[in-house]
Design a protein around this ligand. Sequence first.
Ligand code: ADP
Ligand code: MG
Length: 258
Amino acid sequence: MAIVDRSPWAVAGEHVQIGYGSGTRVALDAPSIRLKRGTRTALIGPNGAGKSTLLKAIVGLQPLTSGSMTVLGYPVGTCQQRIAYVPQRRDVDWRFPITVNDVALMGRDVHRRWPRRPQRTDYAIVREALEMVGMNAWAHHPIAALSGGQQQRVFLARALAQHAELLLLDEPFVGVDTATEAIIHRVITRLISTGCTVVVATHDLASIQTHFDAAVLLQQRIIANGTPLDVLQPSLLAEAYGGPLALFVGKDSHGLAD
Ligand code: ADP
Ligand code: MG
């Protein structure tokens, strides 16, 4: 498939509305959305704001109710093999009887034509990916036997093994230890250095200025989209979260309670 355009946008949408079922309720209404290529973007907003909905729409799992969107220059839903997606923990059945190695190997599926078996290079790539997240020693353990942080790292390894151009992580820091958090940030930084684009839904507002280039604040619509400094404004956060919120960014604190 030829690349449709080489625009600077990893995601570009116009008049996007996304809803569920046949009802008229819209989970996300975005007249215009732009996520820049080669950057780390944080999607923030309260529960139910539409963060997961937007990620699912980008990967093509949730159809747009209306509007249009291109992802990496392709019409949405037509370039899944270029996108690695790690769903939020509660959307995954962790009891599935499968080893760490096999989970990571799934990242290679998009590069293989069925029924071709994984090749030596696939195993080498998987080993490297597991090494990068510090999980090689667990390769033959069932995924169900791991801690939450370890499971998140294995899913990150699966995404790494895919060699995707766009990585979408849905709340990867929830329920993980600080070592895992540091590994996730390290992997993201490394991917960015190779030209990958990374979009992360997160509740961890305090780390956004340090770890992200851009932020999109959602509450069923896009309240703000810009640099972390532009977006993490008390008035904008109050609009999204609808109540008192104290955010500490470096030495400055934005108190929304007063
Ligand atoms: P967030 O990830 O920011 O917490 P979601 O994208 O999960 O928000 O949800 C956005 C809105 O869409 C919420 O009102 C939620 O109830 C609704 N929603 C999400 N998933 C479904 C679904 N599978 N069926 C119906 N409504 C859904
Ligand atoms: Mg969510």
